[in-house]
Design a protein around this ligand. Sequence first.
Ligand SMILES: *[C@@H]1O[C@H](CO)[C@@H](O)[C@H](O)[C@H]1NC(C)=O
Ligand SMILES: *[C@@H]1O[C@H](CO)[C@@H](O)[C@H](O)[C@H]1NC(C)=O
Ligand SMILES: *[C@@H]1O[C@H](CO)[C@@H](O)[C@H](O)[C@H]1NC(C)=O
Ligand SMILES: *[C@@H]1O[C@H](CO)[C@@H](O)[C@H](O)[C@H]1NC(C)=O
Length: 484
Amino acid sequence: MAPAAGSSSSIAILLLLLGLGVLVSLAAAAMDPAERETLFRVMESVSSDRDWRSAAGADPCASPWPGLECKPSSSSSQSQGGRPTTTTMHVARLDFGVPPNPTCKPTASFPTAAFALPELRGLFLVDCFKNPDAATPFAVPPAANLSSSRLQQLSIRSNPSLSGTLPPQLASLRSLQVLTVSQNAMVRGELPPGVADLAGLVHLDLSYNSLTGPIPTRLGELRGLVGLDLSYNSFSGSIPTRLGDLTQLQKLDLSSNNLTGAVPSSLTGLKSLTFLALSNNGLRGRLPAGLSDLRDLQYLIMENNPMGAPLPPELGRIARLQELRLANSGYSGSIPDTFGNLASLTTLSLENNNLTGRIPAGLTRLKRMYHLNLSKNGLDGVVPFDGAFLKQLGRNLDLSGNPGLCVVADRAAVVPDVGVGVCSGGHAADASCASSAGGGGGRAVRRGQQVTTTTRGRFFFWRPAAMLLLTHAAVASLCSCILL
Ligand SMILES: *[C@@H]1O[C@H](CO)[C@@H](O)[C@H](O)[C@H]1NC(C)=O
Ligand SMILES: *[C@@H]1O[C@H](CO)[C@@H](O)[C@H](O)[C@H]1NC(C)=O
Ligand SMILES: *[C@@H]1O[C@H](CO)[C@@H](O)[C@H](O)[C@H]1NC(C)=O
Ligand SMILES: *[C@@H]1O[C@H](CO)[C@@H](O)[C@H](O)[C@H]1NC(C)=O
């Protein structure tokens, strides 16, 4: 292929020159000049690291640059005549903010130009906009410029100075699979319902912003959604019934908003759910029937809501449940005996409710239990836990603030800090049952007495105590069965 030449050395030189020529032409073809120019504009709008133009030279994709990932064109052109393939390189992913990726300069602006990169699949802006003196507008090009975008993952996280609303034209990024706009305290306003047009969305994380208004009903159209996290915003109104259509959903976190109304029964249709968090809202009323249909549910975290209803025994049928946290929610009635069937349970938090009656003896069989908080309720009777269970929990057991509870002396020795008085008297079971009712002067009860000695309350204290005494006399034999 090389033309004839006088000597072998000149042939070698010629070959070398030819080779270089091929390399240079390869390099020139490696990236479209317009795309390269767009990349430089993106770099310059965000990064302070270097002079990208002179540093990256003709071909930014030729050598590895932090924060920049290139890939060959999907339709790479083959050159004719057996020559090496010339491949067009494209920007596929840009990462800004956290070293080793380029950090952002204090005057960084939102890199709208990035959306013009034709093959961009991922854009990550993490810990980027944080200049306390300059708010950075959350600006995205017009919808028409986004419709040909191939962006699959957009992640805008931990940007305290990013401000504005969620741009409605995000709905035009039809290739999006993962949309994360999280921990940007100055991002406010409503969630544009058009986000429901992102039919390929698998994960939507809008947690820890300042979003307000209702959760759009249309989110129920995102049938491929596996994770939905809207926690730590100020969403108000009720939980849309249509969210129950998200049958692929594994994680639903709506905690720490301003949601009201009841938990819709449609949520029992979320058959893939493993994690459900609804804490810190204004939700009230009974939990919907059918929650035990959520067979894969491992975490049910729903503290601090004014539920004011009984605990459904059905919860005890969610066999995979590991954490059941329902503290501080006005639950009344007794702890269902069925909770003793939750063999996978590691954490049960029911503190600060209005629960009454005895602690189900079955809990003591739960070998994985690691954290049990039943404090600040109206539970009474003898604590039914055996020594092994008490040791298993150690300091992670809290029964304090239940004046009617007592623990038999030998068990009290196992865990001194359980927060409950020792049952007094000779026959452990009978005496402790009586003591818990106020008759025998157990420590827990004496605390109760102090509260009521001087007032009319004393009268009211002793009267129900006498009634309890009768009740407990009736169950005394049962008590001894549980204890022995
Ligand atoms: C949107 O597209 C038009 C036409 O291609 C172009 O002139 C304009 O610069 C683009 N705007 C942005 C913000 O990218
Ligand atoms: C929550 O809603 C109540 C009543 O609608 C309102 O008074 C309160 O300001 C809201 N709180 C937040 C944090 O939005
Ligand atoms: C729970 O008990 C507290 C204190 O006894 C009481 O003020 C409150 O109204 C009760 N709540 C419910 C929902 O029963
Ligand atoms: C139980 O819950 C109360 C809140 O009511 C908290 O103060 C206490 O530390 C918890 N106990 C344990 C052992 O976690």
